[in-house]
Design a protein around this ligand. Structure first.
Ligand code: SAM
Ligand code: SF4
Length: 348
């Protein structure tokens, strides 16, 4: 365990739970997103290309021992939430074992969450719950079988729905369901998704399409803004803003005005950016620290880890990476350049 008191780039710090990692803009970093793999059994058009993507070499992917070591150091530096993502995290069959190890970092670690496309979730759900998983977010981009297949490349709507049922029946609360809304592809289902949220008592979260797709097909016209999504849902099911602050700094949360169960979240990173409140740092499956989804550079933690570095050296490295976190993404700047790595590599 590294020393509690440290002279850091932002002054003398005591990592005792009240102080956390922080960047040069004073933002506290409490949220670690771990990509477990860059591989995926789906080929969502807004994320991965059809065919064979260029994947990281197997030996560069961090082992669970390495992930646990890094996670425990991050937690000692004030990280409170860890989200396991990918690629499709459940491609690594022993994720429950990793969750069990991470759960030993509680109570300093307050929350272990998973984002999954749901394909394999039902068969791991119970083991994940028992291992200490607190929350799960599932993806669902269409409620129509043919369209689901067109979007993801896999005829698996039934499995995605079964995953939502499994999450509900095991008592994961709240069950959040993500849909990336793209004009002309699934925006005509906004009201259907809202109806689904009411009927199944889940939180449907609508995400603006971001320029992180491997085909580089993102256009501003294809993106449906958060405000448009909200207004189109409200025309059918009037919404009430639940909190005046964004949940976890990213989503505007709405309840149905008629008191129906379920809820709506709107995540608008392009048109209503939340970078000023960002508390996230990411670690890619091949051990690169990314301080923003749209970072132009990565920090090679894997090489340091594998060079025999001690905890103190790793702490110093993490602090200096976090310190350099970007002020904001630059999607709306005229000279914006889309990152080379797509969402599936970075970890959404
Ligand atoms: N495979 C898992 C899944 O799909 O839930 C976890 C990884 S996925 C990259 C995490 C989230 O990122 C998903 O909800 C997905 O819809 C979202 N995502 C991927 N590409 C995106 C893009 N270009 N714009 C917005 N969201 C995107
Ligand atoms: Fe796979 Fe998730 Fe990307 Fe879809 S969004 S291709 S399920 S990583």
């Amino acid at each position: 365990m590294p020393r509690l008191w440290r002279l850091t780039l932002t002054g003398l710090k005591r990592y005792d739970g009240t102080m956390a990692l922080s960047d040069k803009y004073g933002r506290e970093i409490r949220d670690l997103r771990l990509s477990l793999t860059d591989r995926c059994n789906f080929r969502c058009f807004y994320c991965l290309p059809t065919g064979k993507p260029a994947l990281a070499r197997k030996e560069t992917i961090l082992t669970f021992e390495e992930i646990f070591r890094v996670s425990s150091i991050f937690v000692s530096l004030g990280i409170e939430k860890i989200r396991l993502t990918g690629g499709e995290p459940l491609i690594r069959r022993d994720v429950p074992l990793l969750v069990e190890k991470l759960a030993t970092l509680k109570p300093q670690l307050k929350d272990i969450a998973l984002t999954t496309n749901g394909y394999d979730f039902p068969r791991f759900a119970e083991a994940l719950k028992q291992a200490g998983l607190d929350r799960v977010t599932l993806s669902l981009d269409s409620l129509r079988r043919e369209r689901f297949k067109e979007i993801t490349g896999v005829d698996a709507l039934d499995r995605a729905l079964a995953a939502i049922d499994a999450a509900k029946s095991l008592g994961f609360e709240p069950v959040k369901v993500n849909a990336v809304i793209v004009r002309g592809r699934n925006d005509d289902e906004l009201a259907d998704f809202a109806r689904f949220a009411r009927e199944r008592d889940v939180t449907m979260r609508f995400i603006e399409f971001m320029p992180l797709d491997s085909e580089q097909s993102w256009t501003r016209e294809a993106m449906v803004s958060g405000a448009e999504m909200r207004d189109r849902i409200s025309e059918v099911f009037p919404l009430e803003l639940k909190e005046t602050k964004r949940g976890a700094g990213t989503s505007w949360k709405y309840a149905f005005a008629d008191g129906a169960p379920g809820g709506i979240g709107i995540i608008a990173p392009v048109t209503d950016m939340f970078c000023g409140q960002c508390s996230r740092v990411r670690l890619t499956a091949d051990g690169q620290i990314r301080t923003c989804l749209f970072s132009e550079r990565e920090h090679d933690l894997r090489s340091l880890l594998r060079s025999g570095a001690d905890d103190e050296q790793i702490v110093a490295f993490i602090e200096s990476c976090v310190y350099q976190k970007e002020a904001s993404h630059r999607i709306n700047d005229p000279d914006f350049v889309q990152p080379l790595r797509t969402m599936s590599f970075i970890g959404g």
